[in-house]
Design a protein around this ligand. Sequence first.
Ligand code: SAH
Length: 252
Amino acid sequence: MMSRVYLVGAGPGAADLLTLRAARLLAAADVVLHDALVSDDVLALAPQAVKIAVGKRACRPSTAQRFINKQIVDAARKYETVVRLKGGDPMLFGRAEEEISALEEAGIEFEIVPGITAAFAASAQLQTSLTRRGLSRSVAFVTPRVGVDETESQWSQVAAAADTTVLYMGGREIAKIAQELIAKGRDASTPLAAVENASAPDARSWLGTLGSADAVGAVLSDGPVLLIVGEVLRDCAVAEVVPGLIAAARAA
Ligand code: SAH
């Protein structure tokens, strides 16, 4: 049997933000191994397939990545068309390279299908471009998350230097992140947005400043959160009002 594994980007959540290629592969899949963040609406596009949840979520019982790699390889030995569905884009903060190495070692053919990353869903939600002529010529995708046994990260230097910074996996540490960026030279009045569940019907977004990050953190619930920092957000009019925050961001 010639199996093929497709590492497919599931996009930020809304099923109609999948690519046509992803939808076609889901309809043809024998098995779908999916992250916890992949929505039921997306999985509904593969009614015929066996579904295996393999995702990891912060603060939840996690499945070790090595075990996930093994599950993918095992699935490819059993089924012909294997879809490994990953949130957003598979090649951004998705540990795709570890899954790719496992597939290469096992001699299994694979293909990558890109998806819409959370940063783009969040900037759409905020109706705010991440770049702006004369104001923002650089965008950094950053995560402050450092795994156990990993070498220390220089995330905050890069995050402080970019015109616009998008932070993945940072919602729970928003206050610490803001402090760190201020320590690295960003002004406390720099606008900060938090977008929760971007692209979903229950999406919410808030606007504050690095200096008011505590208050922004206090209104977040437990969905996936993306943080965006930068002057491009100063005129953002669609984020929700946490009392005082928008006014503070505008006045600064
Ligand atoms: N590969 C994914 C990112 C995986 S890391 C991508 O390209 O989007 C997981 C982090 O992505 C979460 O902690 C959160 O910061 C962010 N994220 C994913 N989906 C999101 C959504 N719908 N809204 C807000 N943030 C999201």
